[in-house]
Design a protein around this ligand. Structure first.
Ligand SMILES: Nc1nc2c(c(=O)[nH]1)N[C@H]1C(S)=C(S)[C@@H](COP(=O)(O)OP(=O)(O)OC[C@H]3O[C@@H](n4cnc5c(=O)[nH]c(N)nc54)[C@H](O)[C@@H]3O)O[C@H]1N2
Ligand SMILES: Nc1nc2c(c(=O)[nH]1)N[C@H]1C(S)=C(S)[C@@H](COP(=O)(O)OP(=O)(O)OC[C@H]3O[C@@H](n4cnc5c(=O)[nH]c(N)nc54)[C@H](O)[C@@H]3O)O[C@H]1N2
Ligand code: SF4
Ligand SMILES: [Mo]
Length: 673
């Protein structure tokens, strides 16, 4: 029997494609993009075209498993769900009785699922009053908080409005990797002669396809943005009426900050020529509706928050935030006003001990009063994706730590678990989804039954919640009831369709109308942020040399650049052999000068090392990066690499804003393996 199901892509991707899934005899035969969703426009990416292979991978876990070997060895024996749940809840009750709930930690973040499956596992630990994960710091808390301090917790410009733009800048975003449907929209706009500029330290595929590529030095974007502002003011291209009406604090920035950012000084900092800085500013200043697509990449370093703020302020100087097709977009999700607390915070103490996601290793090894004695990890692979990955693994090796991992695969992290639980993927569950790089939401149907004995996150959270005696209705409700509560507690466009109609409504456009809304304390675009000042952060955008980076740069000749893999998303597709081969063996990229200085040949195995660790990758020699930079795309499991994984070299230092990860403040050297 064959049917076609309307599903939604659950991977943590800005596009959130609507999918048509062809199912034949209970198996996924084909996945395509839904032609009825304007942003998806009928195609899925090269990864998700292969999700049938992910769902039906022979590497999937079939049953719950109990560890029979040493931690890290991945020797397991099958057990029943009842045995697994009994053991977990017995151990948790024991730990809580002896050490209190703070000795437990739930570790669940983005995952590759919709809102209920994502949220309810967090809700379980919230309601249990355990130590709480400060989630997202490995990903977007820096850029998000910097955006919030500048524009407010609200979505940016609608990417579909680029049809009205006359200039597009992709600033620190590799659209061909992480935002392919926006790239597709751009192709149509560019046919009309609208230029695309890419600002990125990597000559990425997006950069190669652009009209103009600016190979900026890592971590210098704030200086470039301030340099553009300097020129806009000098050349009387600033929109004074817009600045007066919609912004706060520009006068102080103009007097106290901008004079330092002369084109000459900006060129020295960024490594771009004075002529190119001038040309960029002139193009930006003269455009009527320039659209900036901001990427997260530029914020994953020590002064990342300043970088994002400076760039997000530019459309305030030019007035582009007020014009159709103009403005800036980092994310859209904040404009989807649903009541997420229904699933994320059903009950529980207002505050408790926090564990920053990117300092998991430190928390496992060093936390006291009480130490962490039990951890539950769902839909994350911190042994590979967290900085200080070596520390994370030393923590997971602790014999007195009770570790449960819920995952469709034996991930690197699962190798350290006491109990592994088989997880259903998004195509085996139903859920509500909302994009973070476009203005759509949609209910996605389950395409196939959960494979083997796998359970969805919702089913697991409910079973554990009930067994732990939690009384919150959400641990007994149907998903329809949860959905209704989320919508009924929401507001605005996200609540325009009645909950009962959502499952069959298809894609729903929730784009805001009119110019950019500002949800800052002042209701204006904040060049000066009192909220930041209150937290001891420089309240005005600025670029200063980071002292710790300068110290490390004096000791180590190379700086790490991380970027997304084209055929991998972190480690989530490592169970698909076709995509593993497409991405190739885990590699680093060195400039020909750096390779020559080390007598390295293309394709040979190399050792990347610093004080923290050494890892082994294959080297590709290319001028897609500047001298002094070593690019490592993606985070790949050790099993695919010569040795180790790149996050073993990255520190768990925080960014200036949002306590986020600073992968790119990593300095190192490379030698032959
Ligand atoms: N194919 C694929 N898609 C993905 C993912 C994936 O791993 N693979 N991950 C998903 C997830 S979880 C997320 S959060 C999003 C993130 O998606 P994006 O917001 O696009 O962010 P990144 O992928 O981190 O970085 C994008 C670019 O930033 C550049 N960059 C790095 N440092 C700097 C800098 O100092 N200045 C400038 N101007 N640019 C810099 C990198 O070279 C890279 O090209 O993507 C999602 N989509
Ligand atoms: N060096 C460096 N490190 C980085 C980054 C970087 O740019 N550079 N990027 C960071 C970013 S942006 C992010 S978001 C993180 C991502 O970090 P993680 O979230 O840890 O990475 P993933 O590989 O996406 O892990 C997802 C895991 O969930 C499993 N999974 C998939 N679907 C389901 C499901 O439905 N249920 C359950 N229970 N499990 C499921 C997958 O098999 C996989 O093991 O990595 C961060 N790490
Ligand atoms: S582009 Fe993103 S949302 Fe679309 S199918 Fe691929 S991973 Fe999913
Ligand atoms: Mo992310």
């Amino acid at each position: 029997m064959a049917t076609t199901i309307r599903a939604v892509c659950g991977h943590d991707c800005p596009d959130m494609c609507s999918l048509l899934v062809r199912v034949e005899n209970g198996r996924i035969a084909r996945i395509t993009g839904d032609p009825d969703q304007p942003f998806t426009a009928g195609f899925a990416c090269s990864k998700v075209n292969r999700d049938g292979e992910l769902v039906h991978s022979p590497e999937r876990i079939q049953t719950p498993l109990r560890r029979v070997g040493a931690k890290g060895e991945a020797k397991f024996a099958p057990i029943t769900w009842d045995e697994a749940l009994d053991e977990i809840t017995t151990r948790w009750r024991g730990i809580i009785a002896e050490s209190g709930p703070l000795a437990l930690l739930g570790y669940a973040y983005s995952a590759h699922q919709g809102l209920m499956n994502r949220g309810l596992l967090n809700g379980l630990f919230y309601a249990m009053g355990t130590s709480r994960l400060q989630a997202g710091t490995v990903c977007d808390t820096c850029c998000e908080e910097a955006w919030n301090a500048t524009v407010g917790p609200v979505g940016g410009a609608d990417p579909e409005s680029v049809v009205d733009s006359d200039l597009v800048i992709s600033w620190g975003a590799d659209l061909m990797a992480t935002n392919v449907h926006f790239w597709a929209k751009l192709e149509a706009v560019r046919k009309k002669g609208v230029p695309l500029i890419v600002i990125d330290p990597r000559r990425s595929r997006t950069a190669k396809g652009a009209d103009w590529y600016l190979p900026i030095r890592i971590g210098t974007d704030a200086a470039l943005a301030l340099g553009i502002m300097h020129i806009l003011v000098r050349d009387k291209l600033a929109d004074r009426a817009y600045l007066a009406q919609h912004t706060l604090g520009f006068d102080r920035v103009e007097q106290e900050i901008l004079p330092r950012f002369t084109p000459q000084h900006v060129a020295e900092i960024t490594g771009l020529s004075v002529a190119n800085v001038e040309r960029l500013a002139a193009m930006y200043g003269k455009a009527k509706a320039p659209f900036i697509r901001l990427g997260e990449g530029m914020t994953r370093l020590a002064q990342g928050g300043q970088a994002l703020r400076a760039v997000a302020l530019l459309p305030g100087v030019s007035g582009a935030y007020g014009r159709k097709g103009g403005g800036a977009m980092l994310m859209t999700a904040a404009s989807c006003d649903l009541d997420y607390n229904v699933v994320r915070k059903p009950s529980g103490p207002a505050s408790t001990r926090l564990v920053n996601q990117l300092r998991l290793g430190e928390a496992l090894l060093e936390m006291k009063d009480p130490p962490l004695r039990g951890i539950f990890i769902a839909a994350n692979n911190p042994a590979v994706t967290c900085p200080e990955a070596g520390k994370v693994r030393r923590g997971l090796m602790r014999d007195d730590l009770f570790t449960v991992v819920h995952d469709p695969f034996i991930s690197t992290t699962a190798r350290y678990a006491d109990i592994v639980l088989p997880a259903a993927t998004y195509l085996e569950t139903e859920d509500l989804y909302r994009a973070y790089g476009a203005y759509y939401m949609q209910y996605g149907q389950r395409a196939v039954e959960p494979q083997g004995q796998s359970w969805s996150n919702v089913q697991l959270a409910q079973a554990l919640g009930q067994r732990m005696g939690l009384k919150d209705p959400v641990f007994r409700q149907s998903q329809a009831e949860m959905l209704a509560a989320m919508v009924n507690g929401g507001s605005g466009a996200a609540t325009s369709v009645a909950p009962a109609d959502l499952p069959t409504a298809g894609p729903i456009n929730i784009a805001p109308r009119g110019g950019q809304e500002f949800r800052t304390p002042s209701g204006k675009l904040e060049f000066y942020s009192q909220a930041l000042a209150n937290h001891g952060v420089t309240p005005m955008p600025d670029w200063q040399q980071d002292a710790e980076e300068a110290r490390d740069a004096a000791r180590w000749p190379l700086r790490l650049l991380t970027a997304p893999g084209y055929f991998q998303s972190h480690t989530a597709f490592s169970g698909v052999s076709f995509l593993r081969k497409r991405e190739g063996a885990p590699f680093c990229v060195l400039h020909p000068d750096d390779a020559q200085a080390r007598s390295l040949k293309d394709g040979q195995s190399v050792r990347l090392f610093n004080d923290r660790a050494e890892v082994g990758l294959v080297v590709r020699i290319s001028d897609e990066v500047r001298p002094g930079v070593v690019l490592v795309p993606g985070q790949r499991p050790d099993s695919e690499a010569v040795s180790g994984t790149i996050n073993m070299l990255c520190s768990d230092r925080y960014t200036d804003i949002g306590e986020g990860a600073t992968y790119q403040s990593t300095y190192l050297d490379v030698k032959a393996w």
